[in-house]
Ligand binder design. Structure first.
Ligand SMILES: [Zn+2]
Length: 882
């Protein structure tokens, strides 16, 4: 530590009231050390029922920064709700002074300025540091890691032991103490509010990230949320760390900690050496915990090696050693008691013992652990007893220090082998098959989708170029301006995995066992999700082809051509809805009509009047739209487009799909009102709304909500039978209900709809699709089909699919989208494809008056399914146009 800096910090922090000028530093005692977290917070970190809150944590970190020359706090940006999102850079004082140099070495290791020369490479091996990032508590109820980080930082800032020096000399440690500051404070406040009351275990009734809750760890390829974007920037634009540990918590009943490696299946696009290093680091953590005499350390369990979308997982395809730890949870910060088991003797399946196997719910003692057989991946099973937040903090301190020490011990080997993975990746691209992935924006049904796709790839660090001239590859011609993703780049594995079709390898414990469920979805082909065809080029591109890097956030130039007071543009994707909503807000009069069907079906043309050319110009430029001005309105059948009066149902069960839906609606600039149970029950809904939207939720959950007595009374229950009656009255008065996913069943059950949900009644052996991209045929002449390609891709995850049944003559039922008769699956895994062939995916029932729209396919799933966004938007516009 440098004395003067420390002294000044102490003066500012402890001695001088704000606004009083400081005197000479020498008058202050030099021995006052940095406060420990315990001194600063007034309790030992991890003490039962005690939680540090993010705003105070940040104060502490800033105090550490002032006191220590080993720690720098960098604000990367603001969280969704405007709180500082920070990384701490922790290393030796000498290294911290020269972070630009070490960052440049790390960039070289990851081939950011082309392949390094032999001399540059050797400099990396000799002088480079092991750059390790640790991210904490993205799932805000999994409080342990963020609490642990306080003690870890204090130790690294103050400890003068040889082990800590060894770490600081060899490692640059990037600590993100909270990946979700907003949620951290919500959870702490909720816990403190209920602590000591009968509602101590009451689940928080809203999402711990404003829009996406727990799905904030499902966003690392679409990057919709700012926390994901800031993390991507740190990882793939700023520091390029080689090791990335993301710290989580799991259920309360079994193993105490999961360490890597994870379990089958593996992903073919990850370099095997990355999986090896996963094992090395995970086992280093496990060994340190065993040495400390800790129980219940497991690997090769639960978490699979296949899936894209999670935080540290996404490092694998970026040639980074992505690691996960999962700790057994307590009840937020309250300890759990668990009945004891005997080693090697699983308890008989008991009647329901304690509850609360999840991340903090429930009361009473937990039932004894059932996994008590010692084995290679779990040599010292957890047998039950008391478990506290401090235990979590201790395990995580040991595991995190082990990660840093192992990185320090193996610094040069790690650098050499990561270099080898990077070199091999680039070299494989040079050989071809694939040599490049190309995307032609102007031949897509929605040209803007290609720009959105390229933007997402670039956030993930993928380098994308535009061809300066026309070229041919694999005997196909491509125009100038084609987007090119060369495979001769360090993140080629990621680009390939994101853009190809996924083939999920079915895993069975034995040949006669049923297939195991994947950990999450089985398909993420980004081109299909956004509605863009991509082409994999096998043979190397012509050497003469000049490529220009695509700038960040690429946009197609928007323009208004011609002259006149009426403007027309094609509605061919989500930007069309943003444009309509902006223009409606500016007072425009808007109608839409179908153009004459051509080879690919007709187009939907939007006609706008009542705004100035300047307004239209601004909208077109901002969104990349090509609009034409005309002297007067065209004759012909046109449908008025109005702003829908939209209500979105929000249950008190913290529904992620509701959050995602809300995010998509906000991003596309639809005004809306959130409806809670009481609002629905109050009735008279038609006076206020044209359309009410229910996100994916089981019907009984919509009606009954959280019924348990541990739920706070104000958040107990659902819409009830009163609410169902109010919805019926709403439709009878001409309102539209839009039901997503399982919410469709609420309408099918309570209205006489001539629709059957065929998914119901099928066993998992017969039909199972935990997250699959489907081929979808869309009736583009249907009001719901406007702005969507006639053949496109939709997301499906065990939600309904439909057959039409006999209805009343007063009802008019129509299918807006269906699955094809053959080749239903476009990407990912689905069992029982034959059940879905030719079946309806999106159905509209006109009840005259009133309408119900059933979305079996998920038009807005995790805000990723841009190709089908317009169908959702159309269901809203249609309701207002009645
Ligand atoms: Zn988690």
């Amino acid at each position: 530590m440098r004395a003067t800096r420390l002294v000044l910090a102490l003066v500012l922090a402890f001695v001088v009231p704000a606004g009083v000028p400081t005197g000479p530093a020498s008058i202050v005692a030099q021995s006052a050390p940095l406060q420990t977290p315990e001194q600063f917070f007034g309790f030992r970190i991890g003490a039962d029922t005690k939680l540090a809150r993010w705003d105070r944590m940040l104060e502490y970190y800033r105090l550490v920064e002032k006191a220590s020359d080993r720690v720098r706090v960098r604000e990367l940006g603001k969280s969704t709700e405007g709180h500082p999102f920070v990384v701490l850079e922790i290393t030796s004082p000498d290294t911290l002074k020269r972070t630009d140099y070490f960052r440049s070495l790390q960039r070289r290791l990851y081939f950011q300025d082309g392949a390094p020369t032999a001399a540059q490479r050797d400099e990396v091996f000799e002088s480079g540091k092991a750059v390790v990032v640790v991210t904490c508590s993205i799932h805000a109820t999994e409080v342990g890691a963020s609490q642990m980080a306080l003690e870890l930082v204090h130790r690294l800032a103050t400890d003068s032991s040889p082990r800590v020096k060894h770490v600081l000399d060899n490692v640059i440690f990037l600590l993100v103490p909270s990946l979700n500051p907003d949620g951290q404070m919500m959870v702490v406040d909720w816990y403190n509010k209920n602590l000591g009351t009968e509602f101590e275990a009451s689940p928080m009734p809203w999402l711990y990230q404003k829009y996406v809750g727990h799905d904030n760890n499902r966003d690392m390829y679409m990057f919709t949320q700012v926390e994901s974007q800031l993390t991507a920037k740190l990882l793939w634009h700023d520091w390029f760390p080689s090791v990335w540990l993301d710290e989580h918590q799991m259920g309360s009943n079994g193993a105490r900690i999961f360490v890597m490696p994870a379990t089958d299946p593996i992903n073919p696009n990850v370099h095997p050496l990355i999986y090896r290093w996963n094992g090395l680091f995970g086992q280093a953590q496990g060994a340190a915990l065993e040495a400390a005499g800790r129980d219940g350390i497991i690997y090769n369990s639960t978490y699979t090696n296949f899936w894209q979308g999670a935080m540290a997982w996404s490092g694998w395809w970026h040639n980074q050693v992505g690691l996960l730890t999962e700790m057994a949870s307590v009840r937020t910060a309250s300890p759990t008691e668990q009945q004891r088991a005997q080693l090697g003797r699983p308890p008989a399946p008991a009647a329901e013992g304690g509850r609360g196997g999840g991340r903090g719910g429930g009361t009473g003692p937990l039932p004894a652990p059932t996994d008590v057989m010692p084995r290679t991946e779990y040599p010292r099973p957890w047998l039950g007893g008391r478990w506290t937040l401090r235990d979590i903090v201790d395990y995580e301190l040991i595991a995190t220090m082990a990660t840093l020490e192992y990185a320090a011990d193996r610094r040069e080997t790690l650098l050499r082998q990561i270099y080898e993975v990077n070199r091999a990746t680039v070299e494989a691209g040079r050989k071809g098959d694939p040599a490049a992935i190309v995307i032609t924006p102007d031949t897509q049904p929605d040209p803007l989708a290609a720009y959105r796709l390229v933007d997402r790839l670039q956030i993930a660090g993928v380098k994308v170029y535009r061809a300066d001239a026309a070229f041919s590859a694999d005997d196909k011609n491509y125009p100038a301006g084609t987007f090119v993703v060369p495979m001769t780049q360090v993140f080629a594995r990621y680009a390939k995995d994101l853009l190809e079709k996924q083939t999920y390898p079915e895993v069975r414990r034995s040949p006669t066992s049923p297939p195991e469920a994947p950990y999450d979805v089985t398909a993420w082909s980004l081109g299909l999700l956004v509605g863009v065809e991509v082409t994999f080029v096998k043979n190397p591109l012509p050497e003469s082809l000049a490529l220009t890097p695509v700038p960040a956030s690429p946009r197609r130039a928007g323009a208004v051509t011609g002259s006149g007071a009426v403007f027309v543009f094609d509605y061919s994707g989500p930007e069309g809805a943003i444009a309509i909503n902006r223009l409606l807000k500016a007072g425009a009069s808007i109608s839409s009509s179908r153009s004459t069907p051509g080879a690919g079906g007709g187009r939907t043309v939007v006609e706008v009047s009542g705004v100035t050319p300047r307004t239209m110009q601004d909208v077109a430029a901002a969104l990349g739209l090509q609009a034409r001005a005309m002297p007067k309105r065209t004759a012909g059948a046109a449908t008025a487009v109005r702003t829908p009066r939209l209500g979105v149902y929000q249950p008190w069960t913290a529904s992620m799909d509701e959050g995602w839906t809300r995010w998509v609606i906000e991003q596309h600039e639809f005004p809306y009102t959130t409806l809670h149970n009481a609002d629905v029950k109050a009735g008279k809904l038609r006076d206020r709304f044209d359309v009410i939207l229910f996100a994916d939720q089981q019907p009984n959950s919509i009606v009954a909500g959280n019924a348990s007595s541990s739920t706070r009374p104000e958040y107990r229950g659902g819409i009830g039978e009163d609410g169902v009656a109010a919805l019926k009255a709403f439709v009878a008065a001409g309102g539209t209900l839009v039901m997503l996913g399982n919410a469709c069943d609420l309408a099918i059950e309570h209205f006489p709809l001539p629709v059957k949900n065929l998914k119901r009644g099928l066993t998992r052996d017969q039909h199972f699709a935990p997250g699959t991209i489907m081929n979808v045929e869309v009736d583009t002449g249907h009001p719901l089909g406007a702005g969507v390609a006639a053949r496109t891709y939709g997301f499906y995850n065990n939600s309904p699919f439909f057959a039409l049944t006999e209805g009343f003559s007063s009802q008019q039922v129509s299918v807006a989208a269906r699955y094809p008769n053959i080749n239903v699956v476009a990407s990912g895994w689905l069992r029982g494809e034959e059940h879905m062939a030719g079946r309806a995916a999106v159905v509209s029932v006109d009840l005259k008056p009133g309408r119900i729209v059933l979305f079996g396919l998920r038009p807005q799933h995790r805000a990723q399914t841009q190709a089908t966004f317009p169908m959702l938007f159309n269901s809203l516009y249609q309701a207002a146009g009645q």
